[in-house]
Design a protein around this ligand. Structure first.
Ligand code: ADP
Ligand code: ASP
Ligand code: MG
Length: 501
């Protein structure tokens, strides 16, 4: 049995869904379970509709709703023909009517709660999975639509719920293997789940990858395939740097690090269930049926390059916390960390001195209440529009000169580094720059560390500019203490959270 997940762009149109059907037909002997995302951009549109309705702009919200409804009906008709799409229409309409009533209610109460948001976003995957299942049937693939909310059980942390693996396994085993025994192809929406008592939840943006891995682990799949719009995991985001190359094989640890630090091609938690059950994961291109993509397994042959890949995570804030005069220095750090704990904040990079602490967090996850609390004991300044650039490679810390080479390259690109973390994880070097500097920094790093011919040594330039660059870079390296956080993992359910393994 294998799990095949198709992302938003892979189901964005009737043509794309036809390609999905062809890909799935080529895997029939492996007993596929198909997990699909909402059609491309639908989740963003649902969020926009919800925000408009919550502001009382009901008409504008319903206008968006109508174009979403048209897109789904048009796609269904193109794929199924007029007659068959008329039989699917009432099922699509049932979800669409629920969505419309919700938007009208939202416009009346004018409050979109996290629980309401999960309910709202669930319609994207419910609609796309219904259409894909029927499109399969019309093409001779014996599909069976499965309601993911009846298989994936999570806690009630709405908008980023954590799977409850025991209950998920129990419910999935009841629903899915009997279908496979009857030679059916289960088709289900990714990203969406429900609490044990049936309240809809979601696994966080991009969470369909995670759904596929959870189902794979729950049912002991032989492999998990993530079909997307690029040729596998690449040496960097090809949108930032067109020279990016496909990574043929990569270890779970390296791939998880890349996903955590911004390689959007995988949801950060995707690999955790796979690691737990040692299930190989493949990242493949749904626009290239012959794609061999990237294989992610426990062990991978060492890379010929120094690093495996470079990532950039945008939308980061740096928070600088400096002990107020008169506050006892002793106990300052403890108070800061206790405040973070009370607000369940999980930070990426931390730099500490005796009386000050800087940390980074995704801006959208930074609780205002934490800042207010820290202001009681410290001067707090927050800088938005920052980004974390991260270079990942196994065994990099055993090789001298690598950090210097990274920071020289950045200095030569004329980019200023704001914070650094090296050492907290054995396999990455990460640092913070301004968001606007990311394309320049990534392209320079990529050209340096992934030359057309692999570098055999850590290259350094010998001209004067290069030396000055190195000196500046080195000064910056030593200017901050370096650290990063990892979340402790205690049991299987917690272990599957969206934090670094
Ligand atoms: P899907 O809709 O299939 O889930 P996503 O948009 O979530 O696809 O992820 C695919 C995108 O991830 C690619 O289009 C690419 O721009 C981006 N990406 C970022 N980093 C990487 C990387 N290292 N390798 C491949 N793709 C990457
Ligand atoms: N549709 C969801 C999103 O856009 C989940 C996914 O695509 O993986 O975030
Ligand atoms: Mg994705």
């Amino acid at each position: 049995m294998i799990v095949m997940k198709f992302g938003g762009t892979s189901v964005e149109s009737a043509e794309a869904i036809e390609r999905v059907a062809t890909i799935v037909s080529s895997r029939l002997k492996h007993a596929p379970i198909v997990v699909v995302s909402a059609m491309a951009k639908v989740t963003d549109q649902l969020i926009a509709m919800g925000n408009l309705a919550a502001k009382g702009q009901c008409d504008e919200s319903l206008e968006l709703f109508r174009s979403l409804r048209k897109r789904h009906f048009d796609t269904a008709e193109f794929l199924l023909g007029a007659k068959r799409s008329a039989t699917l229409a009432p099922r699509l309409q049932a979800f669409l009517s629920e969505l419309e009533s919700f938007l009208r209610g939202l416009a009346a109460v004018r409050e979109l709660t996290p629980r309401g948001s999960d309910y709202l976003l669930s319609f994207g995957e419910l609609l796309s999975s219904l259409i894909v299942a029927d499109a399969f049937m019309v093409r001779g693939l014996h599909a069976a639509w499965v309601d993911s909310r009846e298989c994936l059980v999570t806690d009630s942390r709405h908008t980023h719920a954590l799977p409850q693996m025991d209950q998920t396994r129990e419910r999935s085993k009841k629903k899915i293997p009997p279908l496979i025994k009857k030679k059916r192809i289960p088709v289900m929406g990714g990203f969406i789940a429900a609490t044990a008592d049936g309240v809809p939840t979601t696994l966080g943006r991009g969470g369909s990858d995670y759904s596929a891995a959870i189902i794979g682990a729950a049912l002991d799949a032989d492999r998990i395939e993530i079909w997307t719009d690029v040729e596998g995991m690449m040496t960097t985001d090809p949108r930032l740097c067109p020279e990016a190359k496909t990574i043929k094989r990569i270890s779970f640890n390296e791939a998880a690090e890349l996903a955590y630090f911004g390689a959007k091609v995988l949801h950060p938690a995707t690999l955790l269930p796979a690691i737990h059950k040692n299930i190989p994961v493949y990242v493949l291109n749904s626009r290239n049926l012959k794609s061999t993509g990237t294989e992610i397994t426990a062990q991978a042959p060492p890379s010929r390059d120094i690093f495996r890949a470079i990532t950039a995570k945008m939308g980061i804030s740096i928070v600088n916390v400096v002990a107020s005069r008169g506050v006892m220095v002793h106990g300052f750090l403890r108070s800061v960390f206790e405040a973070m704990d009370r607000h369940s904040t999980s930070v990426d990079i931390v730099a500490i001195s005796e009386v000050s602490l800087s940390f980074t967090m995704e801006t959208k996850r930074l609780p205002k209440a934490l800042l207010t609390e820290l202001e009681q004991i410290a001067d707090v300044a927050c800088e938005d529009r920052q980004a974390i650039i991260c270079l990942v490679g196994e065994d990099i810390h055993g090789k001298p000169g690598i950090a210097a080479s990274v920071f020289n390259t950045i200095a030569e690109a004329g980019v200023n580094i704001r914070m650094i973390s090296q050492g907290a994880s054995e396999i990455n070097i990460s640092f913070v720059v301004q968001e606007s500097d990311v394309p320049k920094a990534v392209r320079h790093l990529h050209a340096h560390f992934f030359p057309r011919k692999p570098a055999s040594t850590v290259a350094t330039k010998k001209n004067g500019t290069g030396s000055r660059g190195r000196a500046n870079g080195a000064a910056r390296v030593t200017s901050k203490l370096q650290a990063a956080t990892t979340s402790a993992t205690t049991n299987e359910n917690v272990e599957l959270r969206a934090s670094r393994p």
